[in-house]
Design a protein around this ligand. Structure first.
Ligand SMILES: [Zn+2]
Length: 286
């Protein structure tokens, strides 16, 4: 766990306090409030069996970046904590996702495809970063694109080639016209570093599609970590995403808040399409 860290989106050092959040071990055990909710119970088991194995109560302080508006909590899981989380979830239930629902994502796949093609009319080589089983790639595949993904999940749709678990597994010589980071940045320890790695493996003028949930993190009573703080660890605004993309060297073609879908359910999201450039924004002027 990190207790001292800069903003994982903009590297800013100035934080505003938001709230203090208490989680008791007894709450997900028999007769506890969260015992009957299997999804929450499994995440709370990560909190108490993997991240804080000696604690009966976990206390997290949430904060907001004064520069870009990203909200997160402290102590913050690092990449080792998150790897341990995914190993635990995969062992507990296979691939760590709500499997029955994920195949309902055809409408989302079509929506992502159309949004990307409005900017990059003929994507040939496409990489989905954290793409699960590759379901978002199916419209690209149907139109003859080469489709690749990196994810901890090991089963992929036929025709989608899995290159490994993370971007570190992508062969050095490979580059891509399009990279998709859909519902990924809110899960990772270092979202800025992830977008920097994506920048490196894109062709010149390649584009990245980024989508994150729009979750309001206001205070102790109104926030997305009431039930459990394990699923998402960073909470973005449109301003955060704009900062992040510009600072890493992308120019944004599209940035919008809208209602998308996820696993068949409506979900407010922030999404962006941005083109790789070699121009780095001055953070002061973003
Ligand atoms: Zn920030």
């Amino acid at each position: 766990m990190d207790t001292t860290f800069p903003c994982p989106a903009c590297n800013g050092e100035s934080w505003l306090p938001v709230g203090t959040h208490y989680y008791w071990r007894a709450e997900h055990q028999a007769n506890g409030n969260w015992y009957r909710d299997q999804y929450v119970r499994l995440r709370r088991r990560v909190l108490f069996e993997i991240w804080f194995p000696d604690a009966d109560v976990v206390i997290l302080s949430s904060r907001r970046c004064a520069t870009c508006g990203l909200a997160c909590y402290c102590p913050r899981p690092d990449s080792f904590d998150l790897e341990a989380k995914y190993r635990f979830l995969m062992e507990a239930k296979g691939v760590g996702t709500r499997d029955a629902a994920v195949e309902q994502d055809a409408a989302r796949a079509a929506w992502v495809y159309e949004t990307i093609c409005a900017v990059q009319t003929n994507p040939f080589r496409v990489l989905d970063v954290g793409g699960g089983n590759g379901r978002l790639m199916l419209p690209f595949l149907a139109r003859g694109a080469e489709c690749y993904l990196v994810d901890y999940a090991t089963w992929t749709h036929q025709g989608v080639q899995r290159l490994g678990s993370t971007l570190a597994d992508v062969p050095q010589a490979m580059s891509f016209d399009v990279a998709i980071c859909s519902h990924v940045l809110e899960h990772v320890a270092y979202p800025r570093r992830l977008l920097e790695e994506v920048h490196r493996i894109l062709c010149d003028d390649g584009i990245v599609y980024v989508e994150v949930p729009l979750e309001e993190f206001r205070n102790n009573a109104w926030n997305p970590i009431l039930a459990e703080p394990v699923t998402h660890i960073s909470f973005f605004t449109a301003v955060t995403l704009r900062h992040l993309l510009l600072a890493v060297g992308y120019q944004t073609n599209l940035l919008e808040e809208c209602v998308g879908t996820y696993e068949g359910q409506p979900l407010p999201v922030i999404r962006a399409v941005a083109t790789k450039s070699n121009w780095l924004a001055d953070p002061v002027n973003i």
